[in-house]
Write a protein that binds this ligand. Structure first.
Ligand code: COA
Length: 630
C-alpha cells in the first residue's frame, strides 16, 4: 500500500522523504489507455494508423521496452522521475509570454477604498501577513502538512512547493528558462520586497537593524514610495514591460540590460526579493468580476498597470487604488493549490487580526526605500515599446467571462451520490460539444502531491463514456437512459481521477518515454511523430478545479490559440466559473461557452430531479409493502 493515511498533527520536514516515490505505470497499461483516450477523437483512418504504431512500439524487445527500462533506472536514481521532464515541458521550454498564457491569478473580492491612503493601509496589512506567513515557512515545523481531501482523502501531501513561494524566480533564457530556486539553507533568506508604483521599482527592506518592520512602519515606507513615484522627477521607462514579452525576447532584452552595472544591480535586487507588491492606479469605472479578472491577468496593458509588474517573480500582490486586488503568480515553482493556501492564510490573517496601525505623529526615522535605477539604451527603449505593443495585443485578444452559477453547488451533486468534480467535468464536455459539435482533447490537472516532489498529471476528461452521455442528451433519448449514461460518464471520470492522483495516468509517462529517447539521442519514436499524439496534446479545453474557503477566485488564459481555459471553484451552493479564450480565434467565444455550460448544468440537474421524482413514489410503495410484510 503506497498511500499511508495521514497521521494527525504530523508536521512537515523540508525534504519530504517520508512520502512514496511517484510510481511508473506499466508500458502496456499506458499504451492501452492511450488508445482508449484517443480513439473517439480521431478519424477511423487515423486511429488504425495509431493502433499499428502503438503495437510496434510496445512489442517485446521493441523501442518501448528499452525506454521503459531506462525510466525504471531513472526512477530508482531520482526523487521523482518525471519532475524535470515535466517542469521543462510545461513551463521552462515554453516560449510564450507569461501574462494570460501561463501565469494564473487570484482575484480578491472588490475592496472598498474611500481614499488613496486606504489602499496603502490594505497593502501594509497584507505585507504584515506575508511576513507572518514567511516566518511560518522558514520554521517548517510550524506549517502543518496538507492532507488530501476528496478522492483518496487523508493522505499527506508533499510540501516542497511551499518553499519556493518567496525564494525563487524564473530566469528567461534564449531557448529555455531556468527556475532559480534557493535550495540551500546556507544562503540568506531575502529580507526585502519590491514595491512597484507607477512602473518604478522600490526596495522595501522589511528587516532593519535586525528588527522586522511593524505594520505602521510598513505604511510609512509605502507612503514614501508613493510620494517618490508621484514626484515625477527621474521617472524611468517601464522596464517591467519587458518581462511580459515572449521568453526569448525578454531573454535577449535582459542580456542587453545586463551590460550596465546599474541594471545588473537592479535586476539582482528584484530577482532576490521575496515578492512584489504592485500599487496599481485606478483602471476605470466598471469593476465586474470579469473586468477584475482581466486586469489581474494582464494589468490592462502599458496604458494602465501592465508595466507595474515583474512577471518572473512567483508572487506579485496587486493592490489597486480602485479596490481591484489579487495575486499574479508565476506558475513554474508551484501549483494553484499552494497559491490558494498561502493567499487564504493572508486574507484570513487580514480578517482575523485587525490592522495594527497607530499613525505616528512625527516623521519616522526609517531610511527611505531605495528606488531602483536603470540605464536604458535606445535599443532597450525600442524593445520596451515592442513589448508594450505585444501586451496590448494580448489585452485586446483576451475574451474573458467569469460567472457565478447559483442554482446549485457541491451539495446537490453529492446528494446524487456523484463526485462534484466529475459532474462539473462532464458538464464542461457537454458545453464544449454543444458549442462546437465535437469532443476534443481535454486537460484537467490532477495533483500528484501524494508523492515525493509531486506536481500534477492530466485527467483526460474527454472520455468515451462522456461522449455517449452527450450524444444521448442531444439525441432525445429516454431520461432513464440519459441518467444511466450520466452515471457511467461520472464513474469513468472518477476512475480516471483516482488513477491520475495515484500517479498512474498516461501523460507524464508518455512524456518520460519521449524525453528519455531524446536523452539517449535516439531518433524520435514514431508514436511521438504520429498525428494522434499531436492532436491529443493540443488541449482545446484546459481546465482545473481551484477551490477556496475564502471569497476569491482563480483564473488563467487558454493554453492554445483556439482553445478555452476554464477554472472553477465549487462551493456548497454555487460554482464560480472563469472561462477564457481569444477573440482572434474565430472558433471560440467565452460568452457562448458559458451560455451552454449553464444550460448543460441546468439540464443535468433536471435529469437528476426528474428521476428522483420517479424513484420517490416507488420507494414509498416499497416501504408500505415492507410494513405489511413485517
Ligand atoms: N458521493 C457523495 N460525495 C462524493 C462522491 C460521491 N460519489 N464523490 C466525491 N464526493 C465528495 C468528496 O468526499 C468530497 O467531499 P468534501 O468536500 O467533504 O471533501 C467532495 O465530494 C469533493 O470530491 P470530488 O469532487 O470527487 O473531487 P476532489 O476534491 O477529489 O477533486 C481533483 C478532484 C482532481 C480536482 C483533485 O484530486 C485534485 O487533484 N486537485 C488539484 C487540482 C489542481 O492542481 N489545481 C490547480 C492547478 S494549477
Amino acid at each position: 500500500n503506497m498511500l499511508e493515511p495521514c497521521e494527525p498533527k504530523k508536521y512537515v520536514s523540508k525534504t519530504p522523504l517520508g512520502l512514496p516515490k511517484l510510481p511508473l505505470p506499466d508500458l502496456k497499461d499506458t499504451m492501452d489507455m492511450y488508445l482508449r483516450c484517443v480513439k473517439h477523437l480521431l478519424t477511423e483512418e487515423q486511429f488504425n494508423k495509431t493502433q499499428k504504431i502503438v503495437k510496434q512500439f510496445e512489442a517485446p524487445g521493441g523501442v518501448g521496452e528499452l525506454l521503459q527500462s531506462k525510466l525504471v533506472e531513472k526512477r530508482e536514481k531520482t526523487a521523482n522521475w518525471v519532475f524535470d521532464y515535466w517542469l521543462n515541458d510545461m513551463y521552462l521550454n515554453n516560449r510564450v509570454a507569461l501574462p494570460v498564457n501561463s501565469s494564473p491569478v487570484m482575484v480578491f473580492p472588490q475592496q472598498n477604498f474611500r481614499a488613496p491612503i486606504d489602499s496603502l493601509k490594505f497593502a501594509a496589512h497584507l505585507i504584515s501577513g506575508v511576513l507572518e506567513y514567511k516566518a511560518l515557512l522558514e520554521c517548517s515545523h510550524d506549517l502543518p502538512v496538507d492532507c488530501a481531501r476528496g478522492q483518496l482523502a487523508g493522505t499527506p501531501l508533499c510540501m516542497e512547493q511551499y518553499h519556493r513561494l518567496f525564494t525563487s524566480h524564473r530566469l528567461p533564457g534564449l531557448e529555455k528558462d531556468k527556475l532559480v530556486a534557493q535550495e540551500s539553507s546556507m544562503m540568506p533568506e531575502p529580507e526585502h520586497m519590491i514595491v512597484a508604483c507607477k512602473n518604478q521599482f522600490f526596495v522595501l527592506n522589511v528587516v532593519i537593524n535586525f528588527c522586522r518592520l511593524n505594520e505602521r512602519d510598513v505604511l510609512i515606507q509605502l507612503e514614501k514610495i508613493k510620494e517618490m513615484a508621484e514626484s515625477g522627477e527621474d521617472r524611468l521607462p517601464p522596464v517591467g514591460l519587458l518581462t511580459s514579452d515572449g521568453r526569448t525576447e525578454w531573454a535577449e532584452a535582459r542580456s542587453i540590460l545586463m551590460r550596465e552595472s546599474m541594471n545588473r544591480d537592479s535586476l539582482d535586487m528584484i530577482e532576490r526579493s521575496m515578492c512584489l507588491v504592485c500599487l496599481d492606479e485606478a483602471s476605470g469605472p466598471e469593476l465586474s468580476d470579469t473586468t477584475r479578472a482581466m486586469l489581474m491577468l494582464h494589468g490592462g496593458g502599458a496604458a494602465k498597470n501592465g508595466g507595474n509588474r515583474w512577471y518572473d517573480k512567483p508572487m506579485q500582490f496587486v493592490v489597486g487604488e480602485d479596490g481591484c486586488c489579487g495575486v499574479v503568480c508565476e506558475h513554474s515553482p508551484f501549483e494553484g493549490i499552494v497559491l490558494v493556501q498561502c493567499t487564504e492564510y493572508l486574507l484570513k490573517y487580514m480578517i482575523g487580526s485587525p490592522s495594527k496601525l497607530v499613525r505616528a505623529a512625527s516623521v519616522s526615522e526609517l531610511p527611505a526605500p531605495r528606488k531602483l535605477h536603470w540605464k536604458c539604451s535606445p535599443e532597450i527603449q525600442k524593445r520596451i515599446s515592442s513589448s508594450a505593443d505585444k501586451l496590448q495585443r494580448l489585452v485586446k485578444n483576451l475574451d474573458m467571462n467569469v460567472h457565478k452559477f447559483c442554482d446549485y453547488g457541491k451539495e446537490f451533486i453529492k446528494k446524487q451520490k456523484m463526485s462534484p468534480d466529475a459532474f462539473i467535468q462532464v458538464a464542461l464536455q457537454l458545453a464544449y460539444y454543444r458549442c462546437h459539435g465535437r469532443m476534443v482533447s481535454t486537460y484537467e490537472s490532477a495533483s500528484t502531491r501524494r508523492f515525493r516532489k509531486g506536481r500534477v498529471d492530466n485527467i483526460r476528461s474527454a472520455t468515451p463514456e462522456a461522449l455517449a452521455f452527450i450524444r444521448a442528451m442531444t439525441d432525445g433519448k429516454l431520461s432513464s437512459k440519459k441518467m444511466r449514461m450520466l452515471r457511467e460518464a461520472i464513474t469513468a471520470q472518477t476512475n480516471y481521477t483516482v488513477l491520475a492522483i495515484s500517479g498512474m495516468a498516461i501523460d507524464n509517462h508518455l512524456l518520460g518515454l519521449r524525453e528519455i529517447a531524446q536523452e539517449m539521442k535516439m531518433e524520435k519514436p514514431e508514436i511521438f511523430k504520429d498525428a494522434a499524439y499531436l492532436i491529443s496534446n493540443h488541449f482545446l479545453l484546459s481546465t482545473s478545479q481551484v477551490p477556496t474557503t475564502v471569497e476569491m477566485f482563480c483564473c488563467y488564459g487558454p493554453v492554445v490559440q483556439n482553445g478555452y481555459g476554464v477554472c472553477y471553484n465549487p462551493q456548497s451552493d454555487h460554482i464560480i466559473f472563469s472561462v477564457s479564450s481569444f477573440h482572434e480565434s474565430p472558433e471560440t467565444c467565452s460568452a457562448e461557452f458559458v451560455k451552454h455550460l449553464l444550460q448543460g448544468l441546468q439540464d443535468m440537474m433536471d435529469l437528476c430531479n426528474e428521476l428522483q421524482q420517479r424513484i420517490k413514489p416507488l420507494s414509498t410503495i416499497r416501504l408500505k409493502l415492507l410494513r405489511i410484510i413485517l
